[in-house]
Design a protein around this ligand. Structure first.
Ligand code: NAD
Length: 351
């Protein structure tokens, strides 16, 4: 099969591509605009493979999208391209509306245009998989309730509202035009190649630099953490075995308060790379003013994907976070090229 992956140079998209190239015989076309979040250096392990191709395209450009469909003739689309950082969506929502809503609309139209010309058997087998977030459900007030596939949408931030909007478009294209879609809503991911503006890589790299470890409010926000390679495996399973028109929630069964996550990272670093001044890394924790509209708790009921598709995560939070810290310690060059901007400057031809 030929799989068109949008946003394949991002954190989760690159894990999906590494998974497909390493574990299947499928081909991948990575379609990515290469915003600040896109980093082709996350794909070095697979980019020479003859089953991998790259197209630098903005999903807001429908003509370019149509050109890619005509040239590569994919069997599957996995749509991950998005603006994904909540804080950035609060500072400037415009890009989020453009890419997440208008871009998804363009991609749906380019896909429908191409799909409608396919012979009947290929048309039946075609899949459009939209990758979304549990943040579309808003937050949970109780301590035991969970998001299911039928929880009503109540997004809180410009990011989650734009993702909710794109989910509705995708489902409408199924109901109205019969496009064979699947939607997944996943909890917070962590793992290798994560851009260091997000909590876990930011804490690891700040700690190693002896910088403050900022934590919003009291750090009591609860997130359900999923190791990114478990997510990549789940996504491939859904797109190849899931039922058309269905939604699957994906989660790690790993609810943790942010403060607990940070302290765990500090303890692992104390063991693997103690500070030269002998102080524990926890001494760097600094509480900062909470984010406006900050959701308190997210937690996923992932029983549908477990029961219907036999997927469960392989990593616990304890095993996954240790692997992640070890990965960052062994890949400081990838990190410093992101931190000093050289991963972007070189591809733009700037010295
Ligand atoms: P990311 O920000 O790391 O990567 C996004 C990628 O999309 C980048 O490579 C970027 O260059 C590309 N992109 C952005 N705008 C584009 C455009 N207009 N045209 C083409 N490409 C464009 O994001 P991520 O963390 O890998 O998330 C991937 C998807 O998974 C997103 O849709 C996100 O909403 C969803 N998701 C993320 C998480 C998480 O914890 N990171 C959890 C659940 C769902």
């Amino acid at each position: 099969m030929k799989i068109l992956v949008t946003g394949g140079a991002g954190f989760i998209g690159s894990a999906v591509i590494r998974h497909i190239i390493s574990n299947t015989q499928d081909s991948v076309i990575n379609l990515d605009k290469l915003t600040y979040a896109g980093n082709l250096e996350s794909l070095i392990s697979v980019s020479d493979n003859e089953r991998y191709a790259f197209e630098q395209v903005d999903i807001c450009d429908i003509n370019e999208l149509k050109h890619v469909f005509a040239e590569h003739k994919p069997d599957i689309v996995m749509h991950l391209a998005a603006e994904s950082h909540v804080d950035r969506s609060i500072d400037g929502p415009d890009e989020f509306i453009q890419t997440n809503i208008v871009g998804t609309y363009n991609l749906l139209e380019a896909t429908r245009d191409y799909w409608s010309t396919l012979p009947e058997t290929r048309k039946q087998a075609f899949r459009f998989h939209h990758i979304s977030t549990d943040e579309v459900y808003g937050d949970l007030e109780g301590t035991t309730d969970l998001f299911t596939e039928t929880t009503p949408y109540a997004p809180s931030s410009p990011y989650s509202a734009s993702k909710a909007s794109s989910d509705h478009l995708v489902r409408a294209w199924h109901r109205t035009y019969g496009l064979p879609i699947l939607v997944t809503n996943c909890s917070n991911n962590y793992g290798p190649y994560h851009f260091p503006e997000k909590l876990i890589p930011l804490v690891i790299l700040n700690a190693l630099d002896g910088k403050a470890l900022p934590i919003y409010g009291k750090g009591n926000q609860i997130r359900d953490w999923l190791y990114v390679e478990d997510h990549a495996r789940a996504l491939y399973k859904v797109v190849t075995e899931g039922k058309v028109g269905e939604t699957y929630n994906i989660g790690g069964h790993n609810e943790k308060q942010n403060i607990e996550v940070i302290k765990t990272i500090c303890h692992i670093l104390d063991e693997l790379k103690p500070q030269k001044n002998g102080q524990p890394y926890e001494s760097l924790i600094t509480f900062v003013k909470d984010r406006p509209g900050h959701d308190l708790r997210y937690a996923i009921d992932a029983s549908k994907i477990a029961n219907e598709l036999n997927w469960t995560p392989t990593e616990t939070f304890g095993s996954g976070i240790r692997k992640t810290v070890e990965w960052y310690l062994s890949n400081m060059e990838w990190c410093s090229r992101v931190q000093d901007g050289s991963y972007q400057r070189e591809r733009l031809g700037i010295n």
